[in-house]
Design a protein around this ligand. Sequence first.
Ligand code: ATP
Ligand code: PH2
Length: 380
Amino acid sequence: MLERSFVLLPLCEILPPTFIHPVTAEPVHDHLKQLVTGTRQVDPNVQTSIDLVNLVPLVDNSKEFRYIEYDLFNNKSKTQLMSILNVTPDSFSDGHSSNLIVENVMKKIDNMITNGVDIIDIGGCSTRPNSEQPSEEEELSRVLPVIKAARAKYPSSDDILISIDTYRSRVAEESIKAGADIINDVSAGLFDEKMYDVVTKYGTPYIINHLRGDISTMSKLTTYKETKDNDLQVFTKANNQPAMLINEVSKELCQCISKMTEKGVRRWQIILDPGLGFAKNLDQNLDIIRELPLLKKYNQLNTATGEFLSFEHIPLLLGPSRKRFIGKITGKDVASDRINGTSAAVTACIGYGSDIVRIHDYKEMKDACLMADAIYKGIR
Ligand SMILES: Nc1ncnc2c1ncn2[C@@H]1O[C@H](COP(=O)(O)OP(=O)(O)OP(=O)(O)O)[C@@H](O)[C@H]1O
Ligand SMILES: Nc1nc2c(c(=O)[nH]1)N=C(CO)CN2
């Protein structure tokens, strides 16, 4: 056991750092560290190296087992480019029929795929601060025809991954039935209590984004103070303001994770997003990016229930694209003028450890990803 990373690593995801190995009397986490630092060698009869990959299983109609693979041990996976496809009436319609809208959207999808996008994030409902929310029926009528058309032309998740950007469980469910692969929920289940049941039922990857309040109140809910909870042992110490922000965001995400796992969602379905622009002010958005390594190491133990939650080796997504904090820093009031600012932010996100970036300008951001991967991960 002590010479096998494929035994120790999963154990360290479910056992707290305080857990002592019954025979060696050392923490199990220390045994993993010994393998990572080379103090102890892996068992050559069963493993050629300590390297492991994380597989996020996909639910595909084919019989084959499909998954998204992340080499989280060495940070050597190519960053995934998630391209935003807003199917809101003002994005594609020019006053014509819905068939024409789908036709126009398909051209854009073709172009995204030609330009090397990995995931297309389809959204029929804007979640930017204070935006108006359409009805569920309206949201469904916007996204379903596009998902169906995209899946008809690109049948396999190998061709393209499709995510549905929605906080509504019914939209998520219908989208999965229409062929979407991933659920991207800005509310991490807080806006719709049935969301976790859908995620459990279909077993899809589930992106959980941190926010507070709702679309109209979130911009004001930016006070992050250390909360007192005698039952909660947090292993990442918050000795400054940015670290405290990370810990509070993480704790709030863990509250959601705790609820969803109780409902049957599995750890390997989860992709984390600390939510740039969601209940964060300008400095907090910068802190989130800069302190991403802290978030990736977040660990907590509920001493009352024994529940241990760790963010280690969970894939991470950031969505900085064209957001207001970039506009404020670069002095660009118009969102489409923020491409260079976004490019710099995307590079930083990757440098600090984001596995997926959600962006609007896929051609430009493809280049940013290629450069950042070459510099930070040595991947070409
Ligand atoms: N959470 C946010 N925080 C700050 N600014 C945001 C946020 N979301 C969107 N914006 C701003 O909204 C504009 C882009 O909106 P757009 O709807 O295209 O983005 P999006 O990421 O697709 O959002 P949504 O999916 O909610 O529609 C930009 O002006 C951007 O500055
Ligand atoms: N996962 C994720 N989804 C989003 C994000 C984001 O930052 N992350 N930003 C949005 C625009 O506000 C809409 N949807």
